[in-house]
Design a protein around this ligand. Structure first.
Ligand SMILES: NC(=O)c1ccc[n+]([C@@H]2O[C@H](COP(=O)([O-])OP(=O)(O)OC[C@H]3O[C@@H](n4cnc5c(N)ncnc54)[C@H](OP(=O)(O)O)[C@@H]3O)[C@@H](O)[C@H]2O)c1
Length: 246
C-alpha cells in the first residue's frame, strides 16, 4: 500500500515510517522539512501532490507552540485534501485521557479527535500514553540541578517503538470509526519513574514532591493518563528501555 505519514520526521512518526517500510509498504514522509514531500498543515501547501495515490494517511504531526493551528485547523485541511485524493483511511494519533486533562494542549488534542470523527474520511484514532522518551527527555535537565520536583501522577508510559508497531497494525487494517488505546506494560507513579531514571542513569538529584493543586492535580493522581485496560499493550518496561538505550 502507499501510505503517507504526516509528521513522519518526528519522534513517533520516524518509527511508524520504519515499521511500515519494513512490512513492505511504500511510505511517503510528509512534514515541513521533509526532503521528498514538504507540506505545511497550517497552509495546506504541498498536500495535493504529496497525497496522490495514497490509500492511508497516518497523522503523527505535533506542535506545542502552535497546537490549534497545526492539529485542529491542520487536520481540517489534511482531511479535505485526503477526501479530494480518495484516501480510504485516516489514522489520527492522539493521547489517552486527553479529554479529561484541563490543560490547553490536551483540549486541542480532544478537539482534533472531534474534527477527525466528524470529517469526510473513514478514520481510526489511536490514543497512546506518554512515551518513555518523553519522560527521559523531561527528566534529563535535572542533571544540572540538585533538586528534582516531581508531581504525583499515575502513568503507563510506552516505548515509541512499541507504539509505532500498534499504529502500523491499525494503518494496515480497516477504518474502525472509533478509538484504539495503546499503553505500556506497567502502571507507575511519576516518582517511581524518576527513581528508576536516577538508578539507571546515575543522576543524584534529590526528588522533591511537587504539589499540583486543583482539577489538574486530581486528574493526574487519579490516573486519567494511564489506560486501565488498553487494547494494545507495549512489551518494553521503562527501566529496560532506559537501560537498553544506546
Ligand atoms: N510525546 C508523547 O509522549 C506522546 C504521547 C502520546 C501521543 N502523542 C502524540 O503523538 C503524535 C506525535 O508526537 P511526537 O512527540 O512524535 O511529535 P514530534 O516529535 O514533535 O514531531 C512533530 C512532527 O510534526 C511535524 N510538523 C510540525 N508542524 C508541522 C506543520 N505545520 N506542518 C506539517 N508538519 C508539521 C514535524 O516536522 P517538521 O518540523 O519538519 O514540520 C514533525 O515531523 C502527536 O499527535 C502527539 O500528540 C505523543
Amino acid at each position: 500500500m502507499r501510505i503517507a505519514v504526516t509528521g513522519g520526521t518526528g519522534t513517533l512518526g520516524r518509527h511508524v515510517v520504519d515499521e511500515l517500510r519494513s512490512r513492505g509498504h511504500e511510505v511517503r514522509v510528509l512534514s515541513r522539512k521533509s526532503p521528498d514531500h514538504p507540506v505545511d498543515l497550517t497552509t495546506g501547501e504541498g498536500l495535493e501532490a504529496a497525497l496522490t495515490g495514497c490509500a492511508v494517511v497516518v497523522d503523527a504531526t505535533n506542535s506545542n507552540k502552535n497546537a490549534a493551528a497545526v492539529l485542529v485547523e491542520g487536520s481540517r485541511r489534511l482531511l479535505a485534501a485526503e477526501a479530494a485524493a480518495g484516501v480510504a483511511h485516516h489514522v489520527c494519533v492522539s493521547i489517552v485521557g486527553c479529554d479529561r486533562v484541563p490543560l490547553s494542549y490536551f483540549r486541542v488534542k480532544a478537539e482534533q479527535e472531534g474534527v477527525v470523527a466528524d470529517g469526510p474520511v473513514p478514520w481510526t484514532t489511536v490514543r497512546i500514553t506518554q512515551f518513555h522518551e518523553l519522560v527521559a527527555a523531561t527528566l534529563a535537565p535535572a542533571g544540572r540541578w540538585r533538586l528534582l520536583p516531581v508531581p504525583r501522577a499515575r502513568l503507563r508510559t510506552v516505548a515509541v517503538a512499541d507504539a509505532a508497531r500498534a499504529v502500523a497494525d491499525v494503518a494496515e487494517g480497516a477504518p474502525r470509526q472509533g478509538r484504539v488505546e495503546v499503553a505500556g506494560p506497567e502502571v507507575a507513579d511519576a516518582r517511581q519513574l524518576a527513581t528508576t531514571w536516577k538508578r539507571i542513569t546515575g543522576h543524584r538529584a534529590l526528588l522533591l514532591p511537587m504539589p499540583l493543586p486543583g482539577r489538574l492535580g486530581r486528574a493526574l493522581r487519579e490516573g486519567v493518563l494511564a489506560a486501565e485496560r488498553p487494547d494494545v499493550q507495549g512489551v518494553t518496561p521503562f527501566g529496560a528501555w532506559l537501560a537498553g538505550r544506546p
